[in-house]
Design a binder for this molecule. Structure first.
Ligand SMILES: Cc1ncc(COP(=O)(O)O)c(C=O)c1O
Length: 371
């Protein structure tokens, strides 16, 4: 039977092994184990790729979000608007900063923060809007920024799943105040461990994030300007990322080809397929379908060798971690319905056409049986 793992990270390594080993050797033999030329080279290459003036490497995507909020002066007493179906890290960043998350339902077609619902959530305490480009689909940034301008709010984008995605023809990475990236190994641009970055056109924000990530030390060693943390991009990870960045567009094209194949071959009457607005070129980090009997579908697919995952089964307001927000079930029906019905199919750059065909066949059999 054809087996289709959800993601094959080993295949990604195998394809680039000689280049990666060369870069890792260069990094470990350089004598620079914190910061240095590998980090600088990657920051510069990723800023160029994003069309941004600055890139600051940090230790992971959660830190990128947290430090961005701190750098923008968002903290205790402030509110930040984000989608009610956000990944938990996005919410954690807000509460780590001491601010209060204010959930707004996503658009039920795109699964991204619904601009039409943002204004009614704005209060005198709102300081920022934090849209996620969920599953690699760009959120409607122009609409969100227009609302932010109207209410004098900052926009922090969570682009952890959207490396290389385009909004109205332009790559994500420089549209808003600050854009946050994760290079967690499963991401479209993934390191061999934890890593993250921010991109921005604002030199003061970039400087502040670099300071905050280096114990609050700016120009002078051992002189702390602010209470910072230790969150820096590791040079070995930067070397790996520099290699993988050169292949990102090609690997994203493979994802897009797989997405096009699924969209034209999957039974749209039996499962709900992703909707892509005209202005969006997704990075296809995940290919998410919906089905009312999701658990049954997952089991049947697994019986046919197809591994699937759920992103995500519990919306943030119903997580025990946020029980103190006292938001009862039923408060965010769009997010709750998504959590109950979404299912992610294998779409990594190393899923072969034969495997994609097997996914389609397995889904046709399973969805019919589950309907
Ligand atoms: C949307 C989103 N935001 C934030 C994060 C946090 O990134 P990291 O795992 O690098 O901390 C992730 C990934 O894990 C993510 O998918």
């Amino acid at each position: 039977m054809t087996e289709v793992p959800f993601l094959d990270l080993r295949a990604a390594y195998d394809e680039l092994a000689p280049e990666i080993e060369f870069a890792v050797h260069r990094a470990v033999s350089s004598g620079w184990y914190i910061g240095g030329p590998e980090v600088e080279a990657f920051e510069s290459a990723f800023a160029d790729y994003c069309g941004a003036n600055h890139c600051v490497g940090v230790a992971n995507g959660l830190d990128a979000l947290h430090l961005s909020l701190l750098a923008l002066g968002i903290g205790a007493g402030d509110e930040v608007i984000l989608a009610s179906n956000s990944y938990i890290a996005t919410v954690l960043a807000v509460t780590m900063a001491g601010a209060t998350p204010v959930f707004v339902e996503p658009d039920p077609a795109t699964y991204n923060l619904d601009p039409a619902r943002i204004s009614e959530a704005v209060t005198s305490r709102t300081k920022g809007i934090l849209p996620t480009h969920l599953y690699g689909q760009p959120a409607d940034i122009d609409e969100i920024r227009a609302i932010a301008r109207e209410h004098d709010l900052r926009v922090i984008e969570d682009a952890a799943q959207a490396h290389g995605a385009r909004y109205k023809g332009r790559r994500l990475g420089a549209h808003s105040d600050v854009i946050c990236w994760s290079f967690y190994p499963t991401k479209n641009l993934g390191a061999f461990g934890d890593a993250g970055a921010i991109t921005t056109n604002d030199s003061a924000i970039a400087r502040q994030i670099r300071t905050l990530g280096n114990y609050g030390t700016a120009s002078k060693r051992y002189v702390s300007e602010v209470r910072g943390v230790n969150s820096r991009l590791d040079p070995v990870q930067a070397a790996v990322l520099g290699v993988k960045l050169k292949h990102l567009d090609a690997w994203n094209r493979r994802r897009a080809e797989a997405a096009a194949f699924y969209r034209s071959h999957l039974p749209s009457g039996l499962v709900e397929l992703p909707h892509v607005p005209d202005w969006a070129e997704p990075a296809w980090h995940l290919f998410v379908i919906r089905h009312p009997d999701r658990e049954m579908l997952m089991t049947r697919l697994l019986e046919r060798g197809v591994q699937t995952l759920v992103h995500y089964p519990v919306p943030p307001h119903l997580q025990r971690a946020y029980a103190d927000l006292s938001i009862p079930p039923g408060s965010f029906p769009v997010a709750e319905d998504l959590a109950a019905t979404v299912l992610s199919l294998p779409i990594g750059p190393h899923v072969s056409r034969e495997q994609q065909m097997h996914v389609v066949e397995a889904l046709q059999e399973s969805a019919t049986a589950a309907a």
